[in-house]
Unconditional design. Structure first.
Length: 248
């Protein structure tokens, strides 16, 4: 049986880097995609190929996936690239709204379209969309992000049904607050806006999790790796929260 080939978008740090590492440890060939080549290469993942890709740009997506396909057909796609910017709804500009949708939702759509025909043709594929607990509930001050991630989950469910008989599964993994750069930025914002200490700010984010802690990127990665295995073929259309019980 040939080694599976996975593309991980937003693979240069945080959850994406943890997923890429976990998949590689599971015997999967990995192509890392992200906006900065230096950041991807700094991961120094043995055997990984690094390809520059801006998921919000259709031409960039096309060329990146053409490059990935030169190595091998893509069996696994992990749509992890995403960004969040906090603003009250009334201060959310049309630009911020559109940019958030472009990266988080349209990027997932564009990347999935690149690999799905081949997966269907070969009768095997795994698409895992890294959504967020923001796909399952609302959070104040990130309306654009919640809208985009709810959209990702809707697309996940619809596509799972379309390809249910074709050997392809489509799932969403929904992390809560995870110990990554995005949470570090959230801590900085809380500190600058409220005057609380960084420790207090991290404590507030951790308190959202009934386990009283931030999720570790490796915990998200192990869930993704499980979904990508051949024996996980009965699991599709699911939204799996990795959030210590924050949402149920």
């Amino acid at each position: 049986m040939h080694a599976l080939h996975a593309v991980v978008t937003g693979g240069g740090s945080g959850i994406g880097a943890a997923i890429a590492t976990a998949l590689a440890n599971d015997g999967v060939q990995v192509t890392l995609m992200g906006r900065t080549l230096k950041r991807l290469e700094s991961l120094q993942l043995p055997g990984a190929r690094c390809v520059v890709c801006d998921v919000s740009d259709p031409a960039s997506v096309q060329s990146a996936f053409d490059a990935a396909a030169e190595r091998a057909a893509v069996d696994i796609l992990v749509n992890n690239a995403g960004e969040v910017e906090s603003q009250p709804f009334l201060r959310t500009s049309p630009d911020l709204w559109q940019r958030t949708l472009d990266v988080n939702l349209t990027g997932t759509f564009l990347c999935t379209k690149q690999v799905l025909p081949g997966m269907v043709e070969r009768g095997f594929g795994r698409v895992v969309n890294i959504a967020s607990t923001a796909a399952l509930t609302g959070y104040a001050y990130v309306a654009a992000y919640c809208a985009a991630k709810h959209g990702v989950l809707g697309m996940t469910r619809a596509l799972a049904l379309e390809v249910a008989k074709k050997g392809v599964t489509v799932n969403a993994v929904c992390p809560g607050y995870t110990d990554t750069d995005i949470v570090a930025q959230a801590v900085e914002r809380i500190v600058s806006k409220t005057g609380r200490s960084a420790e207090q700010a991290r404590g507030e984010l951790a308190a959202a999790n009934p386990q009283g802690r931030l999720v570790r990127p490796e915990e998200v990665a192990s869930t993704v790796t499980w979904l990508c295995r051949r024996e996980s073929s009965a699991i599709t259309g699911q939204a799996i929260a990795v959030a210590g019980g924050e949402v149920m």
